[in-house]
Design a protein around this ligand. Sequence first.
Ligand SMILES: CC(C)(COP(=O)(O)OP(=O)(O)OC[C@H]1O[C@@H](n2cnc3c(N)ncnc32)[C@H](O)[C@@H]1OP(=O)(O)O)[C@@H](O)C(=O)NCCC(=O)NCCS
Length: 222
Amino acid sequence: MHPSIKIANKKHLKYAEPICDMIEDAAKVRGTGIAKREIKYIENKIKEGKAIIALANNNVIGFCYIESWEGQKYVANSGLIVHPDYRKTGLAMSIKSSIFDLSKKKYPNSKLFGITTSMAVMKINSNLNYKPVTFSELTNDETFWKGCESCKNYDILKRTNRAMCLCTAMICDLSTVTENKTAQNKKKSWERFMRFMKNRRIRLQRKIKKSPKLSKALKDEK
Ligand SMILES: CC(C)(COP(=O)(O)OP(=O)(O)OC[C@H]1O[C@@H](n2cnc3c(N)ncnc32)[C@H](O)[C@@H]1OP(=O)(O)O)[C@@H](O)C(=O)NCCC(=O)NCCS
């Protein structure tokens, strides 16, 4: 099946558990201590139409959702995850472009922000016109900052009275964003991901041709 990126709907509720597992596994590898997402929480985001899902062969390969703070003054695109087999292919950029568009549609006058130590996320955010800012520009909503408590670097945030930490803060004022720029970014990243998928298929077909054992196993599976 052709890979796809779409707004998640109730047909995708069955993917909530594998999404939580992917997020948990990635947090273990990174050792950031980022809190495990609850299945119910992810299900609610899907039901509310506030999530983007990427699928390939009926498996979830990527996900991201929207959260809002201080009413709708601030929004964040959280829980970004890409299956390890599909990383460095432009998939995260495609997912973030889609969730960016959805955020702009739902919250046209909000400030979209994120905090991250991930180089990939910083690159993606820059491409989407986020600008680096100090923590003082972010929401004061206690529920947002509570999310940092499970991070192993929380003592730094506490010591600096939330003025700084190891994460970089980035923000984008959605009211100033033009449709054109985001459409261009989205097209570029999707083309890159589809090139990866095509090359992968070619590599796989070559491997199958070279290996009679693999070829037989695939036939037996069918
Ligand atoms: C972070 C993550 C979502 C990136 O996904 P991805 O599909 O590999 O990202 P993309 O292929 O779209 O890459 C986007 C950019 O980041 C770069 N990049 C990707 N992984 C990188 C890495 N580990 N280090 C540095 N740059 C990286 C890419 O080269 C690309 O840059 P470019 O536009 O200059 O070419 C993925 O690695 C992941 O799921 N990690 C675990 C969860 C996580 O860390 N989430 C973020 C929480 S803030």
